[in-house]
Ligand binder design. Sequence first.
Ligand code: PLP
Length: 387
Amino acid sequence: MLERFLSRDAQSSRPSAIRALAKWINDPNVISFAGGSPNPETFPAEQFAEIAARVLRERRQISLQYGPTRGLPRLCEFVAARCKVSPEQVILTTGSQQALDLIAHTLIDAGDVVAVELPTYIGGTSSFYARSARLAGVKQDDEGIVPESLAEVARAKKPKLLYVIPNFQNPSGRLMSQRRRDRVLEIAREHDFLIIEDDPYGELVYVSGADTRSIQSRDRDGRVLYLGTFSKVLAPGVRCGWIAGPKELIDRFEIAKQAADLCSGMLDQSIIDEYCAAGELPAQIERVRAFYRQKRAVMIDALDKNFARRAEWTSADGGLFTFVTLHDDIDTASRVEQSVKNGVAFVPGAPFFVDGSGRNTMRLTFAKEADERIRDGVARLAMSFRA
Ligand SMILES: Cc1ncc(COP(=O)(O)O)c(C=O)c1O
């Protein structure tokens, strides 16, 4: 009834199809491959507790005060050094989700075209829909974005932005080859669009020789906005991500952020700042990798045992997901309910495809469950798809 008061942008916003699955994801009786969250066992809770007590007691004027919109200077410098850019090219955000929102707010007018991968991250598309963007799907294969498809979309639809997740993508788990990254940048130059390179999973590598070098690392003309986050290597509850990009745009994002929240949580940033300054991050990243490497191996092995010749799945050499493609005539969404009755939840793939395809796909995370439950869950899943 109050619909008439909604802005046009609010009317074109879409709720997350995955958050709608929460009631199943959180039922302890159901084995869940559905969530996208990191495993709490990887969170450095004890170290955070010690640091939090210290910064609250000794540095309340920083940790409990409003802070700089761009973020704590030392943490900005830390992030800048990791991204090999200057600190003035960095802004810290309330998770990389806010980075997506600030970019969308600052760059998108209603009707502008954003090119996205088929499939892509729903939180990304939500931010673009919320600014009434039109989304154009670009094909993806095992090497990442298909350059011919990108060039075609660029010619036909003239996108302003390309949104891409080159490292162990959510949802596909795929790693884009370096050759393709070069081509993507060339096509962006040729057709003059910007690239949002979202990289939450680049540190979560489980094989040797995976080449995760960013598109940004070869950007010479200020075309790439690189998004990073501490959510997957530390914890998503301390909401801290960043944008690294051309200063001219970072200055604009700062203005948008002033309107959004003045500054991100200073307690969160203080904890992460102390943690990183103490040199703890590299060892933590190794722990997190070892933790998921094992789970990923269990899931891939279980898929081999239960789905061989009935489906294909991505190798998930990093990140938190494997993406399963079943026979063309199977609609995975229609199996969710039966599957939950069988005791296992997954995310159907179609919502990740902006062109309405992908009905025969599903996303599985190996992050949440213990090894035994992963084995059991995959066997139950196979049952749901046998019927
Ligand atoms: C591809 C991608 N981008 C961004 C995010 C948001 O992460 P955060 O806001 O916690 O940094 C996620 C979270 O799952 C993601 O998968």
